[in-house]
Ligand binder design. Structure first.
Ligand code: PGA
Ligand code: ZN
Length: 432
């Protein structure tokens, strides 16, 4: 009854108005599982390939009809008659059918669409919420959100060099409270920005994109917002940064043009260290470039006991790169994005590997998102305790939060909203 009888794809749009792949998997019971693939704009060079048509006459070359055709004509015939509950078997078939290291033959967007839609179909068939199908009865930890309220870098046309300035409401007592606090701060921040004469238009992930250039000014604005909403920075609410700095690393130099500063690896580590002294920063993502492994070893030695250091572009949710990171000691956390690696099974392997090394794991959205809320369930199912899914506005971000509200309600009496010291065990907290 959970035998796959249909598999098809279509081109739909993401939150940026750019095409992406939607896949539906039909079972012989008539159940249909659906998934829409997200898409990033500050991609790591080691990510698997997102197949785009390159036909400039449609969507500026960004159409995904080739990926859609690969689902319909190449993948579908190979997976019909499979049991949708055999996720590992299905993902293995997809990997072998593609046959390339970077999933460039069929496109990781085609492959992930099929992989994730199959998980959905199987969970519906079994009558289980997605988080429970993936995580079983052990799925119970609600994630502390990293709420991106100021956007820069590739996500906003302002002068801010670094990409994401986040609120981390780690002092909340529940997920619901964490989002309420974040929303109150977001609106306080809006008033503050207006009072300073800034525009309050938003970037790709729904955070404000004021035309400021300085990293410090962005952090100061966050702290002001937290205080205006009557919360205590570094107690109720911490702040975080995704520098996403790979794009700014040229010939060994970190170049911050908005701020008019250039750094080598040592001096940029000092720059972060200085920020840590001034602001209650709990997490820094991609502080160094994706291939600056020696720099990462150094920053982890110097700052890894004071802040969560998250690898995104450096690891790309790939167990080979994460294992290298664990062996070398380059960070203490990994960002997890399904479409960096291309199947649900490989994503779960990456999470498990990082967790076994006692690393933090942060389930993440992409800048191009949709109404698909898969990652909300994924975060609870794997008990990662952390999620990064954008600002507290714009529906493609909010659907994940709303889904987590429902999950927290369903798991009443069972779910846990973690304490900051449990999710960030290596950090020193004032009030533990
Ligand atoms: P992206 O950015 O989805 O545009 O790649 C997200 C991130 O860097 O974490
Ligand atoms: Zn990132």
């Amino acid at each position: 009854m959970s035998i796959i009888t249909g598999c098809w794809a279509r081109e739909v749009l993401d939150s940026r108005g750019i095409p992406t792949v939607e896949v539906e998997i039909e079972l012989n019971s008539g159940i249909i599982g659906r998934a829409i693939v997200p898409s990033g704009s500050s991609k790591g060079t080691h990510e698997v390939l997102e197949l785009r048509d390159g036909d400039e006459s449609r969507y500026n070359g960004k159409g995904v009809l080739k990926a859609v055709e690969n689902v319909n004509s190449v993948i579908a015939p190979e997976i019909l008659e499979l049991d949708a509950r055999d996720q590992a078997g299905l993902d293995q078939i997809l990997i072998e059918l593609d046959g390339t290291k970077d999933k460039s033959k069929l496109g990781a967007n085609a492959i992930l669409g099929v992989s994730a839609a199959t998980v959905r179909a199987a969970s519906i068939f079994l009558g289980l919420p997605l988080y429970q199908y993936i995580g079983g009865i052990g799925a119970k930890v609600m994630p502390i959100p990293h709420v991106n309220v100021i956007n820069g870098g590739a996500h906003a046309p302002n002068r801010l060099d670094l990409q994401e300035f986040t609120l981390v409401p780690a002092g909340a007592k529940s997920f619901r409270e964490a989002i309420r606090m974040s929303s109150e701060i977001f609106h306080a921040l809006k008033k503050y920005l207006i009072s300073k004469g800034h525009i309050t238009s938003v970037g790709d992930e729904g955070g404000f994109a004021p035309n400021i250039a300085s990293t410090e000014e962005a952090f100061q604005a966050l702290i002001t917002g937290i205080e205006l909403a009557r919360y205590i920075p570094g107690d109720d609410v911490y702040v975080g940064l995704d520098a996403a700095i790979s794009d700014l690393h040229v010939d060994g130099i970190y170049n911050l043009p908005g701020e008019n500063k250039k750094f080598d690896t040592d001096s940029i580590i000092e720059f972060y260290s200085d920020l840590l002294h001034k602001y209650p920063i709990i997490s820094i993502e991609d502080p160094l470039a994706e291939d600056d492994w020696n720099g990462w070893v150094k920053i982890n030695k110097e700052l890894g006991d004071k802040v969560q250091i998250v690898g995104d572009d450096i690891f790309v949710t790939d167990i080979v790169r994460i294992q290298k990171g664990i062996t070398l000691g380059v960070s203490n956390a990994a960002l997890i994005k399904l479409n960096q690696i291309g199947t649900v099974s490989e994503t779960l392997d990456a999470i498990e590997l990082a967790q076994r090394a006692a690393w933090g794991t942060v389930i993440s959205h992409r800048s191009g998102e949709t109404e698909d809320d898969f990652i909300a369930d994924l975060a609870v199912s794997t008990n990662t305790g952390q999620i990064k899914t954008g600002s507290v506005q714009r529906s493609e971000r909010i659907v994940k939060y709303n889904r987590l509200f429902r999950i927290e309600e369903q798991l009443e009496g069972i779910s846990v909203f973690p304490k900051a010291k449990d999710v960030f065990p290596h950090l020193k907290f004032k009030n533990t």
